[in-house]
Design a protein around this ligand. Structure first.
Ligand SMILES: [Zn+2]
Ligand SMILES: [Zn+2]
Length: 330
C-alpha cells in the first residue's frame, strides 16, 4: 500500500509517497459505477488512495476508510450551474477544471465550465490538469475521441499550455497547490453533462493521471490519522502530478536545502534545489514560468541565485511525465 522513498540523497526529506486518484463520480451523482466498484477498480489499478467527489453530496462517506490496499476518502464537488465547480475535502478547496473553455468542435453542447473565483485566497489550489476536461476540449472529432479511448497516451501529452501560464501567474503572489484530476464517470468523454461516448472504465483511467502525495509518516491503518496525513500533504502542496501510465513515478522528489519539500515557502537565502527521478528523464527547472535549467538524467541540482517560484517538470519520450508543486523562495 505504501513504499518509503528510496535513499535518494543525504538531505532529501524522508516522505512516504501515496498515489491518489482525484475527482471521481459514482452512482451517488452522475457516475456509472458504484462506490464498491470504484474501490475495486482502484485495487486493480494499484492506487493507494481513491478520492471520491460526487456532485453536491458526500453520500459515499458511508464507505470511507481502508478497503484492503486502498484508502477511500470522500469529498464532494460543489457544482453551481455552468461554472465555479470546486472540489472540497474537509476544509480544503480546489477549483475544478478551472480553465475550461469548452469544446470548439462540440461548442453547441459544451460551453466550458471555468472557475471565476481563482483570485480568492480561500482556494487551496486548482485542478491544474484535468484528464477528461482538458482532453475532451481538445478533441476535434468523434474519431479523435475514439483514438483517445484506444490509446490515451497519444492524446495525453501535456497539460494545456494556457493552464501552466495561468498557474505560474497565480503562484507569483501566493501558494497555489496543483492537482491532477480525472473527472472520471466511467467514461472517456463527457460534454456538458451528457455522455455521448462511453469510452473508458474507471480502472483504466486510474492508470493514467495521478496525484502523488508525500506524507510525513507511514499510514497507520486508522482512517482519521491517514486522512489527516493525506490532507496535510495536499494543504501544504507536498504533492506532484504524474502520468504513471508512461512510467511509475514513485520516488520522484524535489526539495531545497535544508530539507524543504515541494510546496514549501521560505525566505530566499541562496538555497540549493534538488530533483531526483526514479528513472532517467528530461528534467526541467522552471522559475517564475521560465525554464532556467535542464538535465538529461535522474538528478538535477541547482543553486538558486534569486528569489522566485521554482518547480520541476520531467518529460519522457517528449511527453509530460511529472509536474512538481513549486518551492516558493520569496
Ligand atoms: Zn465539474
Ligand atoms: Zn466532476
Amino acid at each position: 500500500m505504501c513504499h518509503a522513498m528510496e535513499d535518494i540523497g543525504m538531505s532529501a526529506p524522508l516522505l512516504h509517497d501515496l498515489a491518489c486518484v482525484v475527482h471521481l463520480h459514482s452512482t451517488f451523482s452522475d457516475g456509472t459505477g458504484t462506490v464498491p466498484q470504484i474501490i475495486a477498480a482502484g485495487q486493480r489499478a494499484g492506487v493507494d488512495v481513491v478520492m471520491l467527489t460526487d456532485h453536491n453530496t458526500r453520500a459515499g462517506a458511508v464507505f470511507e476508510g481502508w478497503h484492503g490496499s486502498v484508502l477511500l476518502l470522500v469529498g464532494e464537488e460543489d457544482t453551481p450551474a455552468g461554472r465555479d465547480h470546486t472540489l472540497l475535502f474537509d476544509g480544503l478547496s480546489f477549483a475544478a477544471h478551472p480553465f475550461s473553455r469548452g469544446s470548439r468542435r462540440f461548442s453547441r453542447i459544451s460551453q466550458g465550465m471555468p472557475h471565476t473565483g481563482l483570485a480568492s485566497s480561500s482556494l487551496t489550489g486548482i485542478e491544474l490538469w484535468s484528464f477528461v476536461t482538458d482532453t475532451a476540449e481538445r478533441v476535434r472529432s468523434v474519431r479523435e475521441g475514439l483514438l483517445f479511448a484506444a490509446a490515451p497516451l497519444r492524446v495525453l501529452d501535456h497539460p494545456p499550455p494556457e493552464n501552466m501560464v495561468e498557474w505560474d501567474r497565480m503562484c507569483a503572489s501566493r501558494r497555489v497547490v496543483a492537482l491532477g484530476g480525472l473527472d472520471a464517470h466511467q467514461i472517456g468523454l463527457r460534454f456538458a453533462g451528457r455522455v455521448p461516448l462511453r469510452l473508458m472504465g474507471y480502472g483504466r483511467s486510474f492508470r493514467q493521471l495521478r496525484t502523488h502525495v508525500l506524507c510525513s509518516s507511514l499510514p497507520s491503518g486508522s482512517l482519521d490519522e491517514d486522512r489527516a496525513l493525506v490532507y496535510d500533504a495536499l494543504r501544504e502542496g507536498r504533492c506532484y502530478i504524474a502520468v504513471d501510465a508512461l512510467a511509475p513515478a514513485r520516488g520522484f522528489s524535489f526539495w531545497a536545502d535544508p530539507g524543504l519539500p515541494m510546496g514549501s515557502e521560505a525566505p530566499f537565502d541562496g538555497q540549493s534545489l534538488h530533483a531526483r527521478a526514479p528513472r532517467p528523464a528530461e528534467l526541467l527547472l522552471v522559475k517564475d514560468g521560465i525554464r532556467i535549467a535542464s538535465e538529461l538524467g535522474s538528478r538535477l541540482d541547482f543553486d538558486a541565485r534569486a528569489p522566485g517560484v521554482y518547480r520541476v517538470e520531467a518529460r519522457l519520450r517528449g511527453k509530460t511525465w511529472i509536474l512538481s508543486n513549486p518551492i516558493y523562495l520569496r
